[in-house]
Design a protein around this ligand. Structure first.
Ligand code: PRT
Ligand code: MG
Length: 222
Protein backbone atom coordinates (compact mmCIF):
# COMPACT_ATOMS: atom_id res chain seq x y z
CA UNK A 1 0.00 0.00 0.00
CA UNK A 2 1.27 3.41 -0.91
CA UNK A 3 1.62 5.72 2.09
CA UNK A 4 -0.24 9.01 1.85
CA UNK A 5 2.23 11.79 1.13
CA UNK A 6 2.58 14.22 4.02
CA UNK A 7 1.82 17.80 2.99
CA UNK A 8 4.97 19.79 2.43
CA UNK A 9 3.95 22.69 4.65
CA UNK A 10 2.31 22.91 8.06
CA UNK A 11 0.74 26.14 9.29
CA UNK A 12 -0.03 26.58 13.00
CA UNK A 13 -3.14 28.59 13.88
CA UNK A 14 -5.18 29.05 17.05
CA UNK A 15 -8.96 28.69 17.07
CA UNK A 16 -10.99 31.86 17.28
CA UNK A 17 -10.03 35.25 15.96
CA UNK A 18 -6.64 34.25 14.56
CA UNK A 19 -8.09 31.33 12.60
CA UNK A 20 -11.06 33.42 11.46
CA UNK A 21 -8.94 36.36 10.33
CA UNK A 22 -6.33 34.18 8.60
CA UNK A 23 -8.96 32.44 6.43
CA UNK A 24 -9.40 35.41 4.05
CA UNK A 25 -5.61 35.62 3.60
CA UNK A 26 -5.48 31.93 2.69
CA UNK A 27 -8.43 32.42 0.38
CA UNK A 28 -6.54 35.18 -1.42
CA UNK A 29 -3.83 32.57 -2.01
CA UNK A 30 -6.51 30.26 -3.47
CA UNK A 31 -6.50 28.03 -0.39
CA UNK A 32 -9.56 26.89 1.57
CA UNK A 33 -9.47 24.99 4.84
CA UNK A 34 -11.44 21.72 4.67
CA UNK A 35 -13.05 21.75 8.16
CA UNK A 36 -14.53 24.22 10.57
CA UNK A 37 -12.55 23.90 13.84
CA UNK A 38 -15.61 25.01 15.82
CA UNK A 39 -17.48 21.92 14.58
CA UNK A 40 -14.75 19.33 14.13
CA UNK A 41 -12.53 17.94 16.88
CA UNK A 42 -9.67 17.39 14.49
CA UNK A 43 -6.41 19.11 15.33
CA UNK A 44 -4.89 18.62 11.90
CA UNK A 45 -6.95 19.97 9.04
CA UNK A 46 -6.30 19.60 5.35
CA UNK A 47 -6.70 22.37 2.82
CA UNK A 48 -7.61 22.52 -0.85
CA UNK A 49 -3.87 22.76 -1.45
CA UNK A 50 -2.54 19.21 -0.92
CA UNK A 51 0.82 20.78 -0.06
CA UNK A 52 -0.53 22.66 2.97
CA UNK A 53 -2.10 21.48 6.23
CA UNK A 54 -3.22 23.48 9.25
CA UNK A 55 -2.54 22.42 12.86
CA UNK A 56 -4.66 23.91 15.63
CA UNK A 57 -2.76 24.83 18.77
CA UNK A 58 -3.30 27.05 21.79
CA UNK A 59 -2.60 30.71 20.88
CA UNK A 60 0.33 30.92 23.29
CA UNK A 61 1.84 27.70 21.86
CA UNK A 62 2.06 28.90 18.22
CA UNK A 63 5.59 30.40 18.54
CA UNK A 64 6.83 27.25 20.30
CA UNK A 65 5.47 24.93 17.58
CA UNK A 66 7.14 26.99 14.89
CA UNK A 67 10.39 27.43 16.83
CA UNK A 68 10.91 23.67 17.16
CA UNK A 69 9.59 22.76 13.72
CA UNK A 70 6.28 21.22 14.80
CA UNK A 71 4.94 23.64 12.21
CA UNK A 72 6.77 25.45 9.41
CA UNK A 73 4.77 28.63 9.77
CA UNK A 74 2.31 30.18 12.18
CA UNK A 75 0.19 33.20 12.88
CA UNK A 76 0.57 34.77 16.30
CA UNK A 77 -0.13 38.02 18.14
CA UNK A 78 2.74 40.42 18.77
CA UNK A 79 1.85 40.13 22.49
CA UNK A 80 2.43 36.37 22.43
CA UNK A 81 5.57 36.76 20.35
CA UNK A 82 7.13 39.25 22.77
CA UNK A 83 6.42 36.99 25.75
CA UNK A 84 7.86 34.00 23.88
CA UNK A 85 11.01 35.90 22.95
CA UNK A 86 11.00 35.06 19.23
CA UNK A 87 14.02 32.71 19.33
CA UNK A 88 14.40 30.67 16.15
CA UNK A 89 11.62 32.56 14.41
CA UNK A 90 11.79 34.53 11.22
CA UNK A 91 9.10 37.25 11.26
CA UNK A 92 8.60 38.32 7.66
CA UNK A 93 5.21 39.98 7.82
CA UNK A 94 2.80 41.94 9.98
CA UNK A 95 -0.58 40.61 8.82
CA UNK A 96 -2.49 43.53 10.41
CA UNK A 97 -5.15 41.16 11.76
CA UNK A 98 -6.54 40.52 15.28
CA UNK A 99 -5.67 44.09 16.21
CA UNK A 100 -5.89 45.34 19.77
CA UNK A 101 -3.66 47.05 22.32
CA UNK A 102 -1.94 46.15 25.57
CA UNK A 103 -3.05 48.51 28.30
CA UNK A 104 -2.96 49.10 32.02
CA UNK A 105 -6.39 49.14 33.65
CA UNK A 106 -7.56 49.76 37.20
CA UNK A 107 -10.83 49.93 39.12
CA UNK A 108 -12.63 53.15 38.32
CA UNK A 109 -12.33 54.16 42.01
CA UNK A 110 -8.54 53.63 42.13
CA UNK A 111 -6.43 56.78 41.70
CA UNK A 112 -3.66 55.39 39.54
CA UNK A 113 -2.05 58.75 38.75
CA UNK A 114 -1.59 59.66 42.38
CA UNK A 115 -0.37 56.16 43.30
CA UNK A 116 2.31 56.54 40.60
CA UNK A 117 3.14 60.10 41.68
CA UNK A 118 3.57 59.02 45.28
CA UNK A 119 5.87 56.18 44.27
CA UNK A 120 3.57 53.52 45.72
CA UNK A 121 4.39 49.90 45.05
CA UNK A 122 1.69 48.53 42.73
CA UNK A 123 0.37 44.99 42.58
CA UNK A 124 -0.12 44.20 38.90
CA UNK A 125 -1.82 41.03 37.65
CA UNK A 126 -1.13 39.93 34.09
CA UNK A 127 -0.51 37.16 31.62
CA UNK A 128 2.05 39.50 30.00
CA UNK A 129 4.75 39.51 32.65
CA UNK A 130 7.58 40.44 30.26
CA UNK A 131 5.73 43.35 28.66
CA UNK A 132 4.53 44.61 32.08
CA UNK A 133 7.99 44.33 33.68
CA UNK A 134 9.65 46.32 30.87
CA UNK A 135 6.92 48.95 30.81
CA UNK A 136 6.92 49.72 34.54
CA UNK A 137 10.73 49.53 34.76
CA UNK A 138 11.02 52.16 32.01
CA UNK A 139 8.53 54.33 33.92
CA UNK A 140 10.40 53.85 37.17
CA UNK A 141 7.34 52.39 38.91
CA UNK A 142 7.89 49.59 41.42
CA UNK A 143 5.56 46.68 40.86
CA UNK A 144 4.86 43.24 42.23
CA UNK A 145 3.82 41.18 39.22
CA UNK A 146 1.26 38.44 39.68
CA UNK A 147 1.16 35.96 36.80
CA UNK A 148 -2.32 34.91 35.70
CA UNK A 149 -3.45 32.76 32.76
CA UNK A 150 -6.86 34.33 32.14
CA UNK A 151 -9.70 36.54 33.40
CA UNK A 152 -7.28 39.29 34.41
CA UNK A 153 -10.28 41.65 34.79
CA UNK A 154 -11.24 39.84 37.97
CA UNK A 155 -8.01 40.64 39.81
CA UNK A 156 -8.69 44.29 40.76
CA UNK A 157 -12.30 43.45 41.67
CA UNK A 158 -11.29 40.80 44.18
CA UNK A 159 -8.39 42.73 45.69
CA UNK A 160 -5.79 40.41 44.18
CA UNK A 161 -4.18 43.37 42.39
CA UNK A 162 -4.32 47.17 42.06
CA UNK A 163 -3.95 47.05 38.29
CA UNK A 164 -3.91 44.69 35.33
CA UNK A 165 -1.98 44.63 32.09
CA UNK A 166 -4.23 43.09 29.46
CA UNK A 167 -5.40 43.27 25.87
CA UNK A 168 -8.14 45.74 25.06
CA UNK A 169 -10.05 45.86 21.83
CA UNK A 170 -13.46 47.55 22.07
CA UNK A 171 -13.10 48.28 25.79
CA UNK A 172 -16.42 46.57 26.50
CA UNK A 173 -14.91 43.96 28.83
CA UNK A 174 -13.27 46.64 30.97
CA UNK A 175 -16.48 48.68 31.08
CA UNK A 176 -18.59 45.68 32.07
CA UNK A 177 -16.25 45.12 35.02
CA UNK A 178 -16.01 48.75 36.17
CA UNK A 179 -12.40 49.07 35.08
CA UNK A 180 -10.77 51.98 33.26
CA UNK A 181 -7.84 52.07 30.90
CA UNK A 182 -5.13 54.32 32.34
CA UNK A 183 -2.16 53.62 30.04
CA UNK A 184 -1.76 52.28 26.53
CA UNK A 185 1.43 50.26 26.41
CA UNK A 186 1.52 49.17 22.76
CA UNK A 187 -0.56 48.41 19.70
CA UNK A 188 -0.88 44.74 18.78
CA UNK A 189 -1.52 42.86 15.57
CA UNK A 190 -0.70 39.36 14.41
CA UNK A 191 2.45 38.31 12.57
CA UNK A 192 3.40 35.53 10.25
CA UNK A 193 6.26 33.58 11.85
CA UNK A 194 8.41 31.04 10.03
CA UNK A 195 10.77 28.35 11.26
CA UNK A 196 14.27 29.38 10.19
CA UNK A 197 15.35 25.94 8.99
CA UNK A 198 12.08 25.46 7.06
CA UNK A 199 12.65 28.77 5.31
CA UNK A 200 15.90 27.37 3.87
CA UNK A 201 14.63 23.86 3.10
CA UNK A 202 11.22 24.80 1.73
CA UNK A 203 12.05 28.19 0.36
CA UNK A 204 9.81 28.22 -2.74
CA UNK A 205 6.41 27.38 -1.22
CA UNK A 206 7.09 29.53 1.85
CA UNK A 207 8.23 32.53 -0.19
CA UNK A 208 5.17 32.12 -2.40
CA UNK A 209 2.82 32.18 0.60
CA UNK A 210 4.61 35.19 2.13
CA UNK A 211 4.33 37.06 -1.18
CA UNK A 212 0.60 36.43 -1.59
CA UNK A 213 -0.10 37.36 2.03
CA UNK A 214 2.03 40.52 1.68
CA UNK A 215 0.16 41.60 -1.43
CA UNK A 216 -3.22 40.98 0.22
CA UNK A 217 -2.24 42.90 3.35
CA UNK A 218 -0.90 45.79 1.26
CA UNK A 219 -4.06 45.91 -0.87
CA UNK A 220 -6.14 46.23 2.31
CA UNK A 221 -4.19 49.29 3.50
CA UNK A 222 -5.22 51.36 0.51
O1 PRT B 1 -7.93 31.85 24.91
P1 PRT B 1 -6.56 31.21 25.12
O2 PRT B 1 -6.07 31.28 26.51
O3 PRT B 1 -6.42 29.87 24.45
O4 PRT B 1 -5.52 32.08 24.32
P2 PRT B 1 -5.66 33.57 23.95
O5 PRT B 1 -6.61 34.31 24.81
O6 PRT B 1 -4.26 34.12 23.86
O7 PRT B 1 -6.24 33.43 22.47
P3 PRT B 1 -7.25 34.36 21.72
O8 PRT B 1 -7.65 33.59 20.51
O9 PRT B 1 -8.28 34.89 22.64
O10 PRT B 1 -6.31 35.56 21.28
C1 PRT B 1 -5.31 35.36 20.33
C2 PRT B 1 -4.71 36.71 19.98
O11 PRT B 1 -5.71 37.58 19.45
C3 PRT B 1 -4.09 37.49 21.13
O12 PRT B 1 -2.81 37.01 21.44
C4 PRT B 1 -4.09 38.91 20.56
O13 PRT B 1 -2.91 39.12 19.79
C5 PRT B 1 -5.30 38.93 19.63
N1 PRT B 1 -6.44 39.70 20.16
C6 PRT B 1 -7.03 40.75 19.52
C7 PRT B 1 -7.09 39.53 21.32
C8 PRT B 1 -8.08 40.53 21.40
N2 PRT B 1 -8.02 41.26 20.25
C9 PRT B 1 -8.94 40.61 22.58
N3 PRT B 1 -9.79 41.50 22.65
N4 PRT B 1 -6.96 38.63 22.32
C10 PRT B 1 -7.77 38.70 23.40
N5 PRT B 1 -8.74 39.66 23.57
C11 PRT B 1 -9.51 39.60 24.85
C12 PRT B 1 -8.82 40.38 25.97
O14 PRT B 1 -7.87 39.56 26.64
C13 PRT B 1 -9.98 40.76 26.89
O15 PRT B 1 -10.34 39.72 27.76
O16 PRT B 1 -10.78 40.18 24.71
C14 PRT B 1 -11.11 40.94 25.89
C15 PRT B 1 -11.18 42.41 25.59
O17 PRT B 1 -11.93 42.67 24.45
P4 PRT B 1 -12.83 43.99 24.37
O18 PRT B 1 -13.28 44.04 22.95
O19 PRT B 1 -13.96 43.79 25.33
O20 PRT B 1 -11.97 45.17 24.73
MG1 MG C 1 -8.74 34.16 24.80
Amino acid sequence: MKAQAKPALTLALSKGRIFDETLPLLKAAGIEVLEDPEKSRKLIIGTTNPELQVVLVRASDVPTYVQYGGADLGVTGKDTLIEHGGQGLYQPLDLQIARCRVSVAVRSDFDYASAVRQGSRLKVATKYVGIARDFFAAKGVHVDLIKLYGSMELAPLTGLADAIVDLVSTGNTLKANHLVEVERIMDISSRLVVNQAALKLKQDPIRHLIDVFARTVAARQT
